[in-house]
Design a protein around this ligand. Structure first.
Ligand SMILES: NC(=O)c1ccc[n+]([C@@H]2O[C@H](COP(=O)([O-])OP(=O)(O)OC[C@H]3O[C@@H](n4cnc5c(N)ncnc54)[C@H](O)[C@@H]3O)[C@@H](O)[C@H]2O)c1
Length: 324
């Protein structure tokens, strides 16, 4: 084993690879098609919990069609912002599917940010109106950025309403994202203003086991689509029960979280994204339905994207080769 080497990719290395969002969305669609036909191995994620509302999760998956196997070891600490540290951090390991030998270790912040945005956009592709032009972003952090970037790939977005509890964070988002995406972004003072006029609504605040939800019945308009990146933390049950259809990314994971105390007032999803992408369950059926994606984040999402990052990094000469 002495000369077995693996590629280490730091956070800056992964960012330099700069994989485009359209490719990330396409890779996720391949993975969900494979999942929908039963061709993905993905045990439920075990975790340890060192602080209230915090987690460190182990997320393994194998996608044969993409020759991808590996694990993400990822933490989420809602109070980290008080220490000026990121909410999400962790590492991802890729293993050779024929020998099991690890060939890459990479920081997982970029991949978590981008694949989660891509999963919202993929759900929106099937559950939102294709002519959706306005978006509401509630919580202007990492996910608020990548979710909007992903929606912009698939929808003709003209105007965005952005809300964050910290006004300076909201203002920075408005400036940075309007410059980056070339669209009008309006900062709003109340969460409701980011929902009522939006065809696409993303909520991406902290995930809380005992949430203090904000969005109420009738805020989301008929025909609009929501993606709850922060589980049910932002949505009141009256708003959730008003949905015509709620999807998730994996039924087993949804029921696992329910068994440990989340989603106590959320209706069970009618379909997962694999069932929708493969056509076994329908997506949106009429222009007036209210639809919501409740993607919890899957190991498979990461393993769909990581080998492509590795391949491009290797080709671009990015990263550090280390001995096992
Ligand atoms: N479902 C998934 O697959 C998945 C994947 C990654 C992250 N997440 C979740 O997404 C959420 C956001 O993660 P992030 O990396 O963007 O974190 P972040 O720290 O970058 O951003 C969170 C933002 O929320 C704001 N905020 C806090 N409370 C708010 C409220 N009530 N209303 C509006 N804004 C509020 C903060 O000011 C901050 O700007 C977390 O809950 C994280 O666990 C989900």
């Amino acid at each position: 084993m002495a000369d077995q080497r693996f590629l280490y990719l730091s956070q800056a290395d992964v960012a330099r690879v700069n994989l485009d969002m359209a490719t990330v969305i396409n890779l996720l669609e391949v993975a969900f098609r494979e999942k929908g036909t039963g061709n993905v191995e993905m045990p439920p994620k075990p975790g340890v919990h060192t602080m209230p509302d915090a987690f460190i999760h182990a997320m393994p998956a194998y996608i044969p069609a993409l020759k991808s196997a590996g694990i993400k070891w990822v933490s989420g600490y809602p109070e980290n912002y008080l220490r000026k540290l990121p909410y999400i951090s962790g590492l991802l390991i890729l293993n050779d599917v024929e020998t099991g030998i690890p060939y890459a270790v990479m920081d997982c912040a970029w991949i978590t940010a981008y694949r989660t945005g891509a999963a919202s956009a993929l759900a929106a592709k099937y559950l939102a109106r294709s002519d959706s032009k306005t978006a509401g972003i509630l919580a202007c952090g990492v996910q608020g950025r990548t979710n909007l970037e992903a929606l912009k790939v698939l929808f003709p977005i003209r105007r965005v309403y952005a809300y964050d509890i910290i006004p300076e964070v909201q203002q920075r988002y408005v400036e940075e994202m309007s410059a980056k995406l070339g669209i009008e972004i309006i900062g709003v003072n109340e969460p409701k203003q980011a929902v009522v006029d939006s065809d696409l609504v993303i909520t991406s605040g902290p995930i809380l086991k005992h949430p203090l939800p904000t969005i109420r019945k009738d805020w989301l308009q008929p025909g609009a689509f929501g993606s709850a990146v922060d589980f049910d933390s932002y949505w009141n049950s009256d708003a959730l029960f008003q949905m015509d259809r709620i999807s998730t990314d994996d039924h087993a994971q949804f029921h696992y979280y329910k068994s440990v105390g989340y989603f106590q007032t959320t209706p069970d999803p009618y379909a997962d994204l694999g069932e929708i992408v493969t056509g076994r369950k329908p997506g949106r059926l009429s222009p007036t339905e209210r639809t919501l994606a409740m993607n919890l984040g899957l190991a498979m999402d990461d393993m769909a994207v990581a080998p492509e990052i590795y391949r491009r990094a290797k080709a671009m000469g990015i990263g550090t080769w280390l001995n096992l």
